[in-house]
Ligand binder design. Structure first.
Ligand SMILES: [Zn+2]
Ligand SMILES: [Zn+2]
Length: 438
């Protein structure tokens, strides 16, 4: 006789509790070994040897550092992926930053990795798969943070990646092809707040742009009339972007925030090589593409005004996060069980930030919960993992209990959520329209 959902959850949580010191130690070890995206070699190796120690087979080096391990159910009616992120973020000035790279786990991704080990302990020791009608695939995914654009663009040129974010690469490489539902959680700061956990939240998407204005050098004092000033072109381009802002609708949450990364070469030469980077963020693909076209038109206008050239390299950013209310509700009920109803909310209005879980949410039901335990500002020097039990251990319970709800009883709940879900695009449309892959 198969165990009931309640019995499975009880056994899973008991296994996690038995290993809570191992799980915390794992998370702390990762915390002290922060690595930036597509360079998470030590964190990936740590996860590989952890899986080896539990005799769980795995695939390695996916999208450079990704690791996956599929645990088959007694039947395979459905496959649920549980994801954790491998990368850290760049925070010079964080006391626990790597002295060489300035990478620090100031976004809590060490907690996601620890939670994956908790999930693995639960599956293994409570023999969960014997009573589940679908597979659970553990996924340690690289490069959630969209940083080091120049470096990653170089990896693109070398053909090592196409997308700058790891989950996007997982889609492209077919890792998500047989996955039906994606479940994950992210650590949040809980300082002074009543709410300890949130099941789901919307988020902005964006496109990235590398911009280069090409002018013509001339002596800036002797004969500037012989030059074409690329910095003037960039200035007009930036002003022209600002002239678009009143056309952005409030509900689209458009954010355009360019920086100049190179303003010229030498002060007495007319600038001929000027470079900018920008994101164009928004709440929907249509809104992002609409704003992106206006931004490109504005950038070109700067070049047109002075007779310079403008090269724009489009980089596919993250898609907006789409909340699946039914799936969010499954996570929410488990969070209530773990934290109490007063400390949980089901769906929060998202911030202007972004995550590559948004890309997954366009292809399959996805839940990206926020669980407390951190303090300080995300990506800031004061960020700490304060409540280690909550951040490292309770998060694992939330993940596995949600997977149990989806896969127990003939995977009825999971199949229902899959059936009700309308994909926003196919993988082919995603690669063509968002990834510009023909
Ligand atoms: Zn982050
Ligand atoms: Zn993060």
């Amino acid at each position: 006789m198969a165990r009931s959902k309640e019995e499975l959850k009880r056994d899973a949580c008991a296994a996690i509790d038995r290993h809570h010191e191992d799980i915390i130690a794992y998370g702390e070890a990762v915390y002290h070994e922060p690595e930036l995206g597509y360079k998470e070699f030590r964190s990936a190796a740590r996860f590989q040897s952890f899986l080896d120690s539990l005799h769980i087979a795995h695939r390695d080096n996916i999208a450079i550092t990704g690791v996956t391990a599929n645990l088959p159910g007694r039947t395979t009616k459905l496959r649920v992926a549980i994801m954790g992120e491998l990368d850290a973020v760049l925070v010079p000035g964080h006391p626990d930053a790597d002295p060489k790279t300035s990478a620090a786990h100031a976004c809590g991704h060490c907690c996601m990795q620890a939670a994956l080990t908790g999930v693995a302990w639960a599956i293994q020791e409570a023999h969960l798969m014997d009573d589940l009608d679908g597979d659970i695939e553990l996924m340690a995914v690289p490069a959630e943070e969209y940083v080091e654009l120049e470096y990653r663009n170089q990896l693109r040129k070398e053909g090592k990646i196409h997308f700058l974010s790891g989950k996007q690469e997982f889609i492209r490489l077919g890792v998500m092809d047989d996955v039906d539902i994606m479940v994950m959680q992210h650590t949040a700061s809980t300082h002074d707040e009543k709410i300890k956990a949130t099941a789901a939240s919307s988020a902005n998407g964006f496109v990235g742009k590398l911009i280069r204005y090409i002018g013509k050098e001339a002596h800036a004092g002797g004969a500037p009339w012989n030059g074409i000033n690329a910095l003037n072109a960039a200035n007009i381009g930036l002003m022209a972007i600002n002239a678009q802002r009143e056309t952005f609708r409030d509900e689209d949450h458009i954010r355009v925030h360019p920086i100049i990364t190179k303003g010229g070469d030498l002060v007495n030469i007319v600038p001929a090589d000027v470079r900018l980077e920008t994101y164009v963020r928004g709440a929907s693909v249509q809104a992002i593409l609409d704003a992106s076209a206006k931004v490109n038109r504005a950038l070109q206008a700067g070049a047109y005004a002075v007779g310079a050239q403008c090269e724009i390299t489009e980089l596919p950013g993250d898609l907006p996060m789409i909340v699946d209310p039914e799936l969010a509700d499954v996570m929410y009920r488990n969070l209530c069980m773990l934290f109490g109803e007063d400390a949980c909310q089901c769906i929060a209005q998202g911030s202007g930030g972004s995550t590559d879980a948004g890309d997954i949410s366009h292809l399959m039901p996805t839940v990206h919960a926020y669980i407390g335990g951190a303090s300080g500002g995300a990506h800031c020097p004061d960020y700490r993992i304060e409540d280690k039990e909550m951040a490292y251990v309770t998060s694992a319970k939330a993940l596995i209990c949600t997977a149990i709800d989806l896969l127990a009883d003939g995977a009825a709940k999971g199949l229902q959520i899959k059936g009700d879900y309308q994909p926003k695009m196919t993988k082919e449309e995603y690669l063509r329209d968002w990834g510009h892959i023909e």
